[in-house]
Write a protein that binds this ligand. Structure first.
Ligand code: AMP
Length: 399
């Protein structure tokens, strides 16, 4: 069974084609600058060099057609006929409170996704465009939506209700939703497999640290709290997002700097975080390099980042009444030896102790705890695409 996984942004489209019998990736690629000058598709057949084709891509439908052409290409393609494609799985950011698991797409589900647009005005419209483009080009292929928010729908009320007038929750569904759910789900399950224990018996803190970062308390396999909130702006410091701040600062900055809502949004989402504190870069590699040379603001940015992560781990250990495993994933979590080391320093009281030699690992699964560490500390590369492909296969096969 072959499943195409699509992650559609407003001007980009990432894809991976899976052979689900072996759970292997046959090809993957990226369509960039859709609707913008300089658009192109970069396609890689597993085991071969990437092929880049620059061509006008005015909309997502043309983008999807190019993906299918690349998959069927005589030279670098992997399909001899589109009939081989059993299903398409889409990453969809927001399902509000409507879906707590992945769903097969039909007109009712599409209507529900449209209703969630106010909750994710940047992401859901792009995801919907991707689904509509596939529907036009491949009308008879079943499609599935896998949501970033779904895994967090198990949070108890006391974790997701904000201290605002309750009417805002009733009227506008203002509450904590959380994101990166597919990643937290995958790495918590994988951690349980590595530890050879049932996930139902574990208390795990999963740290998805990338350009966007979120930390989740996974108790008995269910998300019981997560650091992102109504939007992906909340939580720990990120590449360009501020994370948690005093909400009164929004009014203070607006008044003193004479900023309107749009400026404020850009300030908090695009000019803050590592970039804002360091004044140098949103990329952790640049920050690490400058900090190693003693640059004070980069050192400060690293300290703010790692202190914030450490506080969340402590908070979630308290929320779960203990912690059995700590998991690092995503670009920073999988690759930054320094961030992992700084985060774990001072967590010995919780039973976290890492082996500095074992911690010298990038981008692969590893247990980096000392043999005496009561809490297992794991690096687990995330694989959201595989979760999407598995859910797609399961839902399509269930018909
Ligand atoms: P993601 O959003 O998951 O792709 O993660 C992107 C982040 O991972 C960026 O801040 C990168 O600087 C960071 N990253 C990637 N590779 C490394 C590395 N070798 N060392 C430190 N940070 C890294």
């Amino acid at each position: 069974m072959k499943v195409l996984v699509i992650n559609c942004g407003s001007s980009s489209l990432k894809y991976q084609l899976f052979d689900m019998n072996a759970e292997s990736v046959l090809a993957k690629g990226l369509v960039e600058r859709i609707g913008i000058d300089g658009s192109q598709i970069k396609h890689t057949k597993t085991g071969m060099e990437a092929v880049v084709k620059a061509t006008p891509i005015p909309d997502h439908k043309v983008g999807i057609q190019l993906v299918l052409d690349a998959l069927m290409d005589k030279g670098h393609g992997v399909l001899s006929s589109l009939d081989e494609l059993s299903a398409v799985g889409h990453r969809v950011v927001h399902a509000g409170e409507k879906f707590s698991t992945s769903v097969k797409l039909d007109p009712q589900v599409m209507a529900a996704l449209r209703e969630c647009i106010p909750l994710a005005p940047l992401h859901n419209p792009a995801n919907i465009m991707g689904i509509e483009a596939v529907t036009e080009v491949l009308p008879s292929v079943p499609q599935v939506a896998v949501f970033d928010t779904a895994f967090h729908q198990t949070m108890p009320e006391h974790a997701y209700i904000y201290g605002l007038p309750y009417g805002y929750y009733e009227k506008y569904k203002v509450r904590r939703y959380g994101f990166h759910g597919t990643s937290h789900y995958y790495v918590s399950r994988r951690a349980a497999e590595i530890l050879d224990k049932p996930v139902e018996r574990l208390k795990i803190v999963t740290c998805h640290l990338g350009n966007g970062s979120s930390i989740t308390a996974v108790q008995g396999g269910r998300s019981i709290d997560t650091s992102m909130g109504f939007t992906p702006l909340a939580g720990v410091l990120m590449g360009t997002r501020c994370g948690d701040i005093d909400p009164a600062l929004v009014a203070f900055i607006a008044q003193t700097e004479k900023l309107d809502i749009k400026d404020l949004d850009a300030l908090l989402n695009k000019k803050s975080g590592l970039l804002g504190v360091s004044g140098l870069s949103s990329d952790l590699r640049d920050i690490e390099e400058a900090a190693a040379k003693g640059e004070p603001r980069s050192k400060l940015a690293l300290a703010v980042l790692t202190y914030g992560i450490r506080k969340y781990i402590g908070a979630y250990a308290a929320a779960m009444g203990g912690i059995d495993a700590l998991v690092f994933t995503a670009g920073v979590g999988e690759n930054s030896i320094l961030v992992r080391s700084m985060v774990c320093e001072g967590l010995e009281f919780l039973g976290v102790s890492i082996d500095q030699e074992k911690n010298k690992v990038r981008g692969k699964e590893a247990d980096i705890g000392t043999s005496g560490s009561r809490v297992r500390v794991l690096v687990v590369p995330t694989n959201e695409e595989l979760v999407i492909a598995r859910d797609t296969k399961r839902l399509v096969a269930a018909d």
